[in-house]
Design a protein around this ligand. Sequence first.
Ligand SMILES: *Cc1c(COP(=O)(O)O)cnc(C)c1O
Length: 426
Amino acid sequence: MKRPDWYTSGQGHIWLPYTQMRTARPALPVVAASGTRLTLADGRELVDGISSWWSTVHGYRHPHIEEALRGQLEVLPHVMLGGLAHEQAYVLAERLAKLLPGNLNHVFFSDSGSVAVEVAMKMAAQFWLNQGQRRVKFLCFRGGYHGDTFATMSVCDPDEGMHSLFKGALLEQVVVDLPRNAADEAALGEVLDRHRGDLAGIIVEPLVQGAGGMVFHDPFTLQALRRLADAHDLLLIFDEIFVGLGRLGEAMFACEIADVQPDIVTLSKALTGGTLPLAATIASARIYDGFLSDDPMSALMHGPTYMGNAMGCAAANASLDLFEREPRLEQARAIGKQLETLLAPARYLPGVRDVRVRGAIGVIQLDGPAPADRLSAACIKRGVWLRPFRDVLYTTPPLVTGEDEIVRIGNAMVDAVRELSAENRA
Ligand SMILES: *Cc1c(COP(=O)(O)O)cnc(C)c1O
């Protein structure tokens, strides 16, 4: 492929995410994107099967979001949120509070998912500190992923995750398996008894553990965690950065699907429809009230420079308009139905451990680590952009992806795995 000049001259200077810069396949130069399609420098078009890391739910360059961004750019692209107020952030805070169930009414903005989780952890710890209790640790789960910064790394899976290297340097948390039945719940209750007084809360990715391998669990797990949190006076944090905002199809948020009221929720990825970085940590009235006092030191001690960025909030407001006006949840459910049929044949291929679908998430899990470059190349050959990790080849397409394109994605996944198992046997 002929590469553009900016690519050749910049490539010795750019440092890419989770990439062995010495041996990795060169990144594909993208020169434009529209709807579900990426246009490469050589003119090829790929269907984006993973929505740019699960974010572009309405597709690229949706005219409604673009119009909102253009309008905001001309009025007020950014202003600090310390001591100054602007319309987009206030409107978005109210809309998110109304959209989330129960009394999750208080919205703290930041600029990335990891920071939103950092804020949630700090909120939980300071909630107890404000009451004179030093409870700063968390219960978290094997297979979990909550971000790349130091505090969030500490609540990721300590062995399987991308951060095992840093083990000794991280805060020590209490890591257990997700409780999946009554016996697990009782056993976890005993663990919590042993840690009485140390723990601020429980943090979990509700219903789907994403970056940990696209592993699903039932509402029972979350209901059990709510019962345990209540019984042990712990705060329950739902990290909905991946699953929140329609991905699961049944409702906007996993907490609604599971019918569980968390104390704190984090959102990011799809919040701006994949256009600008923005994140939110949303707390219940009880948590928020725990910061109200005459003591300035009881205030939440956090404040990112770009928090509540007006362009980001304008994009998020426009994205929420689209969820209201267009049938995104139905689309997510329809994609799921289609993927179930399309991916089913992979179940019988050698080297395949499991095939599973939940909402607009389709997963082929292999017996061992996925040869990411080979699988990805096989999909690119079929006009589809996918990026396998760990032992899974998965798709999380934009929710606006048409039926034909879902067929293309599903078939590319099955064919890529079939090709791989044929090569492995040869
Ligand atoms: C992606 C992700 C994060 C981290 O978000 P960044 O914006 O990449 O920092 C945290 N939690 C979950 C569940 C995620 O999927």
